[in-house]
Design a protein around this ligand. Structure first.
Ligand SMILES: Cc1cc2nc3c(=O)[nH]c(=O)nc-3n(C[C@H](O)[C@H](O)[C@H](O)COP(=O)(O)OP(=O)(O)OC[C@H]3O[C@@H](n4cnc5c(N)ncnc54)[C@H](O)[C@@H]3O)c2cc1C
Length: 646
C-alpha cells in the first residue's frame, strides 16, 4: 500500500496495542506475562530427562498471544535446520515407550489418536508431538478480552465446509464429539445479521492498481455493476465487467460441452477473460484476486473450468453440462457434483473441533461436556503431558527423525527423535503416524523409498495469512453501511467483521459502539509463475516480513478504506494478531500445472503408502485442504496400521 508522508504517527504505529507479548517465540500467557526463565522455575520436572516444559507453567495460554502467530517464531526453525542438513545435537533417551507416537497435533493427528484409542483400548499409550506452542495445527483460535467480554476469531481453519458432504467416518467423529452440524448451523449462526442492519459488501479500488482510491459499497447487490459507475474504471472496462457478470455469451460456440470443458481446463481464468472475453487490463486486475481466498493464487494460476465449477462469472452462456471432469481440481469438482457439505462456523472456527478432540483424549484438560460448552472453556495446558495419563500432547517439540529399530519389514518398534528447547530427545513406540506436513516427511524418514520421497516432497502447501484486528468499535462500518471488503489491489485482499454467532455462553456484539474483531486475508504469491513456484515465493516473502511491516500495511489499508466512515487507525485499533501459515492449504490437483494421471497415481496417493510400522495422515495425504480430509486420512492411516498388525 502507498505510504503517507507523515505516516507512522498518523497511522498510530507507536500506539500501545496487544501484540508483542511473546519472548523469543516462547509462549507465555499475556495475562501471566512471566519471563520464560521464571516460568520454568515454577515447574516441577515431570521426567528427569526432559527440560521443564513451558506448557506446564502456570498461566500458559497461547490463544491469548498476539503479534506473529500461526507459524510463530520458535516453531519452524528446527525443521528448517533439518531441511538444511543439520540433524541436531546428540539425543537423550527419555526412556518413554508408547503404543503409538503421532507427529503433528492438528485435526488429523488428534483424530488419529481418537481412532486408535477407539479401535484398540482406552488405555492405549499415545504421545502426540507438535512443533507449535498450541495444539490444533491450522485449527487454532485467537482469544481477545475487550472491555471484559470474550471475543473469538479463528486463527486458521474457518469452518466446517467442504466441497463434498462429510464421509460417514468424519460425520461419525463429529457426532461422537457432540457436534450436531445441522442443528448448530440452524441455532447458533445469524448469517444475515449485518445485512439486516442495511450493511453490504464493498470493493476498494486502490490508487496503485486503478489510479485512484475509491470504496464502492453494495457489491452484493444486483445489479451491482451499476455501482461501478463511480469506480476508477474506463467506460469500456465497466461495460466489460457488466458483460462478464450478466451476459449470456458463448465464447466457444463451435465446440460441444465436453470439448469446451477440456479447453477451459487448459487455460487460466485470466486467459479466458483476456483472450476469449476480450477483457482489458483493468478488468483483469479487478478479477485477479477473486481466486485467492480459495486457492491462494490469482486468476493466472487457476483454470477457467475450475472457476466455472466454483461459480465465478462469465460462463452463464457457455452451455456447459452439469458435472465435473477429471481435469478439475478437488474443490470445484466437488461443488459442481454435490453442492458441498453442510456449513458451520464456530466463533473460533474449527479450533472448537480440535478442543473437543483434546477433551475426548485428555478429559482433565478441558472442563465441561458437549460442543457448546467447549467454546468458552479454558484449557489447562499443564494437563496435556502428564506421565500418569495414557495420552500425552507434547508441544514445542519438532520431530526430526522417525525410524524403525531394525529392518522396516520385521522391526517391532520405531524410534522418534524430537527437538525441544534446542535439545534432542528420543522416545519409542510400536508404531508411528506422521500427521505432519507431508512435504517434510522425506527429511524425517530418509529410509523411505526414493520414489515415495519424491512424491511427498512435491506436495507444496499454499501460504496464506489470516490477520485478526481488534477494534475499539465498528462505527465506521456502520456509517459506511459496510460489513466486508474485496480489495483486489490491497495488501490484504479482503476483510470482514466477525460473523455473528452465539453458542453456549458465547455472545457476539450487537452494538456498533462495542469492540469487535476484524478478519483480514492475505495470500502472498508471485503471479506469472507456476502455482507451486508462486507458493514457494510467497512462503519466502512471508517468513521475511516483520510484524512492523504487517502492522503498517494494516493501519494504512484500513485508514484508506474506512476513512470516509470516520475510521482512525491510531485511535481505533487496539490489537493485532497476524496468523501466518507459510505451509497452509494442502495442495490440490491443478490441471494447469500437474500431470494428468489417474487418481491412484497422484503424488498424495503415492506418498501416503504405509512403510513398515509408519503410516501417513494429514489433509495433504487426501489432496484436499479440508477438515474432513484430515479426519478421513487419519482414519485410513490407523486402519492401515491395525490391518497390518492383525
Ligand atoms: C488459513 C487456513 C484456513 C483454512 N480454512 C479451512 C476451512 O474453513 N475449512 C476446512 O475444512 N479446512 C480449512 N483449512 C484447511 C485445514 O488445513 C484443514 O481443515 C485441517 O485443519 C488440516 O489438519 P491437519 O491435521 O491435516 O494439518 P495441520 O493442521 O497442518 O496439522 C499438522 C501439524 O503438524 C505439525 N508438524 C509439522 N511437522 C512437524 C514435525 N516435524 N514435528 C512436530 N509437528 C509437526 C504442524 O506444525 C501442524 O501443527 C484451512 C487452512 C488454513 C491454513
Amino acid at each position: 500500500m502507498r505510504r503517507n508522508k507523515n505516516d507512522d504517527s498518523q497511522l498510530g504505529m507507536g500506539q500501545p496495542i496487544t501484540r508483542r507479548d511473546f519472548v523469543n517465540g516462547m509462549a507465555i500467557a499475556a495475562t501471566a506475562a512471566l519471563p520464560v526463565a521464571a516460568a520454568f522455575a515454577q515447574v516441577t520436572q515431570p521426567n528427569a530427562n526432559l527440560s521443564p516444559a513451558a506448557q506446564d507453567a502456570p498461566g500458559y495460554y497461547p490463544p491469548l498471544l498476539t503479534g506473529l502467530r500461526g507459524s510463530h517464531p520458535g516453531s519452524f526453525e528446527a525443521a528448517h535446520a533439518l531441511r538444511d542438513g543439520n540433524t541436531g545435537p546428540a539425543p537423550t533417551d527419555t526412556g518413554e515407550t508408547y503404543d503409538l507416537i503421532i507427529v503433528g497435533g492438528g485435526i488429523s493427528g488428534l483424530s488419529a489418536a481418537h481412532f486408535y484409542k477407539a479401535r484398540t483400548s482406552k488405555r492405549a499409550r499415545i504421545l502426540i508431538l507438535d512443533n507449535h506452542d498450541d495444539f490444533g495445527g491450522h485449527a487454532k483460535r485467537n482469544e481477545y478480552h475487550l472491555e471484559r467480554a470474550l471475543h473469538l476469531m479463528n486463527g486458521g481453519t474457518l469452518e466446517i465446509d467442504s466441497p463434498r458432504p462429510y464421509s460417514s467416518v468424519a460425520t461419525g467423529l463429529l457426532r461422537a464429539l457432540g457436534i450436531d452440524v445441522a442443528k448448530l448451523a440452524r441455532t447458533t449462526q445469524h448469517l444475515q445479521f449485518y445485512e439486516q442492519r442495511g450493511m453490504r459488501a464493498g470493493v476498494f479500488f486502490d490508487a496503485e492498481t486503478f489510479g485512484a482510491d475509491k470504496l464502492i459499497v453494495g457489491a452484493g447487490d444486483t445489479p451491482y455493476w451499476q455501482l461501478l459507475d463511480a469506480a476508477p474504471l474506463s467506460a469500456r472496462a465497466r461495460q466489460q465487467i457488466a458483460q462478464i457478470q450478466r451476459e449470456k455469451i458463448d465464447y466457444l460456440p463451435a465446440l460441444g460441452s465436453a470439448a469446451k470443458k477440456d479447453r477451459l481446463s487448459r487455460i487460466s481464468y485470466e486467459a479466458f477473460l483476456r483472450d476469449l472475453v476480450g477483457a482489458e487490463d483493468s478488468v483483469l486486475r479487478y478479477y485477479h484476486a477473486r481466486t485467492m481466498g480459495e486457492w491462494g493464487v490469482g486468476t493466472d494460476a487457476v483454470s477457467a473450468l475450475d472457476c466455472w465449477g466454483f461459480g465465478l462469472p462469465g460462463f452463464q452462456g457457455m452451455q456447459l453440462h452439469k458435472g465435473s471432469i477429471r481435469r478439475m481440481g478437488y474443490t470445484p469438482a466437488g461443488y459442481e457434483d454435490t453442492g458441498g457439505s453442510l456449513r458451520l462456523h464456530f466463533p473460533d472456527g474449527n479450533a472448537t473441533i480440535a478442543r473437543l478432540l483434546v477433551r475426548d483424549l485428555i478429559p482433565h484438560a478441558i472442563p465441561g461436556q458437549g460442543a457448546e460448552s467447549v467454546v468458552t472453556a479454558r484449557v489447562d495446558y499443564s494437563q496435556l503431558d502428564r506421565s500418569a495419563l495414557p495420552i500425552r500432547i507434547r508441544l514445542n517439540s519438532t520431530a526430526i527423525r522417525v525410524e524403525h529399530l531394525g529392518d522396516p519389514s520385521t522391526a517391532r518398534q520405531v524410534r522418534v527423535t524430537y527437538l525441544r528447547d534446542g535439545r534432542a530427545f528420543t522416545a519409542t513406540a510400536r508404531a508411528a503416524v506422521l500427521a505432519c506436513y507431508n512435504m517434510m516427511i522425506p527429511y524425517l524418514c530418509p529410509e523411505l523409498p526414493v520414489s515415495q520421497q519424491q512424491a511427498l516432497h512435491s506436495l507444496v502447501k499454499t501460504p496464506l495469512v489470516y490477520t485478526t484486528v481488534a477494534l475499539r468499535d465498528w462505527r465506521a462500518f456502520e456509517n459506511l453501511k459496510l460489513h466486508s471488503v474485496y480489495a483486489p489491489g490491497g495488501y490484504h485482499t479482503g476483510f470482514r467483521l466477525n460473523p455473528h454467532v452465539e453458542v453456549g455462553d458465547y455472545r457476539s456484539v450487537s452494538s456498533p459502539q462495542a469492540p469487535i474483531l476484524l478478519h483480514m486475508v492475505r495470500t502472498p504469491c508471485r503471479p506469472g509463475l507456476p502455482e507451486h513456484e508462486q507458493n514457494r515465493a510467497g512462503r519466502a516473502e512471508l517468513l521475511d516480513t516483520s510484524f512492523e511491516t504487517f502492522e503498517r500495511n494494516i493501519r494504512s489499508q484500513l485508514n484508506r478504506t474506512l476513512g470516509g466512515g470516520g475510521f482512525d487507525a491510531a485511535r481505533d485499533i487496539t490489537g493485532i494478531t497476524v496468523n501466518r501459515w507459510p505451509h497452509g492449504y494442502a495442495p490440490e490437483y491443478n490441471p494447469l500445472f500437474d500431470a494428468d494421471v489417474p487418481e491412484h497415481e497422484r503424488p498424495n496417493v503415492l506418498g501416503r503408502a504405509p512403510f513398515g510400522r509408519i503410516v501417513i495422515a494429514n489433509s495433504d495425504a487426501g489432496g484436499a485442504a479440508y477438515t474432513d480430509s484430515a479426519i478421513d486420512q487419519a482414519h485410513r492411516a490407523i486402519e492401515e496400521l491395525l490391518h497390518k498388525r492383525a
